[in-house]
Design a protein around this ligand. Sequence first.
Ligand code: NDP
Length: 287
Amino acid sequence: EQKSVTVLGLGLMGTALAEALLKGGHAVTVWNRSPGKAEPLAAKGARRAATAAEAIAASPVVIVCLSVYANADDVLAGDVLAGRTIVQLTNGTPQQARALAGRVTGEGGRYVDGGIMAVPQMIGGPDALVLYSGDETAFEESRALLDAFGTPHFLGGDPGLAPLFDLALLDVMYGMLAGYFHAVALVRSEKVPAAEFTPMVTAWLTAMMGSFPAYAHALDEEEFGTDVSSVATSQVAFPGLLDTSRDQGVDPALLAPLRDLLDRAVAEGHGDDGLARLVTLLERPAS
Ligand code: NDP
């Protein structure tokens, strides 16, 4: 089913989105602040609009993909939102998403927020996960368009959910990278090539990830007992990791805060619990 759609913002990601829509056979109107970026898309059949307002007015569904939210606020200015669905794929925070949703719905539009868990080269393929939240009816009615980007996953009516999940997944990525980078620095302190150590890390992490469902179960059922490994065991072992890091001349800064968390868990009487207990301490920040 061919649909009419607008894409605002033709950076690396916006261009990939517009191309996927063109490939899907849709009627695509594009706009970019620097007009030159619209030219290759026009050559592939997109219609160029002279202003953002003109581009918005051209279609019932408007995809927004700019550097930052503040820009989306500027670009969506003017009295053109009524009756349209705004699908905001610019990365931002839950608060920004809720604020923009309020503005769009206040002007009579419908709002869907999205988080793209893919790089531009993956757009249009099955591995491109795109998280959505906000107006579910508007999301469902736009599915023919959104399916062109990859695999959509709708999270719920609160527009802040897509950016929250997006940031939570980035959170896991940075945590994993912090551990990997620190570990590589440790072995490199003895001149071991990173390439020699890395396959061991991959296998280790893969095995460790097998325990995530058990952690999730412990949290959801509030059953923190363990027959695997206790908070106390980790608390005893952890200083050795930090000492060795210092002895080898490697900065332990990325890992050091975990020691405080383990100490706090033991001090509060949770030494016999499994490590999922640490989540509940994060949920009650130390003053
Ligand atoms: P780019 O830097 O390639 O493009 C940024 C876009 O924002 C350009 O179209 C630029 O216009 C526009 N822009 C910036 N400031 C303004 C402004 N004040 N007014 C109007 N337009 C403005 O970024 P990407 O395309 O890579 O990223 C876009 C969004 O997608 C970001 O939120 C990013 O986090 C997200 N994303 C990107 C991924 C990636 O791998 N690239 C992955 C997942 C999400 P101009 O051409 O005129 O400068």
